[in-house]
Ligand binder design. Structure first.
Ligand SMILES: Nc1nc2c(ncn2[C@@H]2O[C@H](COP(=O)(O)OP(=O)(O)OP(=O)(O)O)[C@@H](O)[C@H]2O)c(=O)[nH]1
Length: 304
């Protein structure tokens, strides 16, 4: 990378977005980074892993850590998610608290604001999301309401879908990054292992159309990714979908296996686009009884 300023004035650091489930954190991160690295859905709690997206600028590098929706723990999985979020908060240089423009501030937002108050050292920027869904008056009212919740380093209204104010938000976040040389190579968008991204794409395809029936019961493990012997243009991917009950397995498989085949085709196309190579996807499905509540199974699925 060419420095436009002296290396001494280069900034680099970590930021993360927190907020109630479904407020648009993943979508915002994708819009800032400019590519699809975290999966999004219209159901809450889609995000389960900390995925980093990297914004490269000549004078700065902003590494964004995506966190699962911070929520009161209900299941063991919920507890794991919350401790993951809290440990993330102490390791970043700036936190963006996301609140949608089109919904009143509620208990959930205050619960999170209280948690953030405990992370005293890290500056918190309030991000009013989904501004395309609100009128000017509504946005103005929301900015005022947000300013009354806590002391924020800044309040920035944005629309990830409309691409509005994303540069402003990036600038504000970068202001809070420490002086540092770039931490990642130019052009690198995420440091998530490819295997995890591939798993997320499969999970996204599997959720399509069945989110109402089993939004949180699907997990994916990618067992192996291997170049086909003697071929450098074909990757064999072996992956497992896990559900919690036999009835869910039947839903995912569909009539005569049609749904599962569709899931495989959709996921394969996305993976091919991500990796830039042809892919053969071997997708199996198994029941892992009540995996969300079982510590051993959670470990097996990578939620350590
Ligand atoms: N109209 C509009 N919709 C948005 C915007 N940003 C996100 N959404 C929608 O809001 C829903 C939730 O977005 P996500 O990015 O998955 O939300 P999240 O906060 O990461 O959700 P969790 O992973 O559950 O914590 C999706 O249906 C998005 O398409 C926006 O700027 N405008």
């Amino acid at each position: 990378m060419q420095y436009v300023t002296s290396p001494d004035s280069h900034r680099a650091g970590f930021a993360c977005f927190v907020g109630r489930p479904n407020v648009g954190k993943s979508t915002l991160m994708n819009a800032l980074v400019g590519t699809k690295v975290a999966i999004t859905s219209s159901k809450p709690q889609t995000t389960r892993r900390v995925i980093r997206g990297i914004v490269h600028r000549p004078d700065a590098q902003l590494i964004i850590v995506d966190t699962p929706g911070l929520h009161r723990p209900r299941t063991l999985l919920g507890e794991r998610l919350d401790s993951l979020v809290l440990s993330t908060l102490t390791e970043v240089d700036a936190i963006g608290l996301c609140v949608p423009a089109n919904e009143p501030i509620g208990k959930g937002d205050r619960f999170i604001a209280d948690k953030l108050a405990a992370v005293k050292k890290t500056p918190v920027i309030a991000v009013v999301t989904k501004c395309d869904l609100a009128s000017k008056e509504q946005i103005a009212g929301q900015l005022l309401a947000v300013s009354q919740v806590a002391e924020f380093a800044a309040i920035v209204p944005v629309s990830a879908h409309g691409g509005e104010q994303l540069d402003v938000l990036t600038d504000v976040l970068i202001e809070h990054m420490p002086a540092s040389p770039p931490l990642y190579e130019d052009g690198q968008l995420t440091d998530e292992p490819e295997q995890v991204l591939v798993g997320e794409l499969i999970r996204e395809a599997a959720l399509e159309g069945v989110r109402d029936e089993l939004p949180h019961s699907i997990a994916v493990v990618v067992d192996e990714m291997l170049a086909r012997e003697g071929r450098d243009d074909l990757l064999d991917i072996y992956a497992h979908l896990f559900v919690e009950r036999p009835s869910q397995k039947a839903i995912v498989i569909g009539h005569k296996g049609e749904r599962l085949r569709d899931v495989g085709t959709k996921a394969r196309k996305q993976i091919e686009a991500l990796l830039g190579t042809r892919v053969y996807l071997d997708l199996r499905i198994s029941v892992l009884k009540d995996w969300q509540r079982d510590p051993k199974q959670l470990r097996r699925l990578g939620f350590d």
